[in-house]
Design a protein around this ligand. Structure first.
Ligand SMILES: O=C([O-])CC(=O)C(=O)O
Ligand SMILES: [Mg+2]
Length: 198
């Protein structure tokens, strides 16, 4: 297990957790030691989204630097989660966006533009899908399977970028509830289909 360090502007992360707005849909990106696609994303309007960059956990160079982080702030992104390293940490900490990464590294990444956008990624034991919703806070990150209803099911799963602890408790409760609903529906149908003996 790797130690994940949190680079975050605390006010931003308290903004993530304040009020159950459920408004932070995430965008996924899979790259390896290359920062071009992340920069491309952050040049777009963020509209309060969070960019989740799976850099394969590489600790050999930084796939996010200060320039794109500033751009992300100016373009209205809410945060960036990096399964890899970042550089220009002081500049990033000065930005009013939440950034979480594994560590910092002074070396720049490649600029070949290789990677995949909007694909499922696997970070800290958790599969993360494009379009899911995310809350980031100083305690870690909460992800929600289905956006519109996610407010109803807190803690569907938790990705803690400091300790790598993933909690499925809420998800299990949610699955049990759904299972009970299915059983109830099946039971109702069965009862209705019994012919009257008269
Ligand atoms: O220029 C780079 O590749 C990385 C960097 O420091 C930045 O984006 O600010
Ligand atoms: Mg820089």
């Amino acid at each position: 297990m790797c130690n994940l360090v949190s680079y975050e502007h605390s006010s931003q992360y308290s903004r993530y957790t304040a009020g159950a707005q459920c408004s932070l849909d995430l965008v996924t990106l899979k790259v390896f030691e290359d920062n071009v696609l992340a920069r491309e994303f952050l040049e777009e309007k963020g509209n309060g989204r969070v960019l989740v960059v799976d850099g394969g956990g590489s600790l050999r160079c930084a796939i996010l630097g200060g320039n794109p982080a500033v751009q992300a702030q100016n373009n209205g992104w809410a945060g960036i989660v990096v399964n890899g390293c970042i550089r220009d940490v002081d500049e990033i900490n000065g930005c009013d966006i939440g950034v979480k990464a594994l560590a910092s590294h002074p070396v720049k990444a490649n600029k070949k533009g290789i990677g995949e956008k909007h694909v499922p990624v696997y970070i800290a034991g958790t599969r993360i899908f494009d379009g899911e919703w995310l809350y980031g806070g100083t305690d870690g990150i909460l992800l929600f399977w289905f956006p519109k209803w996610s407010c109803l099911f807190e803690n569907i799963y938790e990705l803690d970028l400091r300790s790598n602890i993933v909690s499925y408790q809420g998800g299990i409760v949610c699955l049990l509830l759904m299972g009970l609903c299915v059983l109830y529906l099946l039971h109702s149908c069965t009862v209705r289909s019994v012919p009257h003996a008269s």
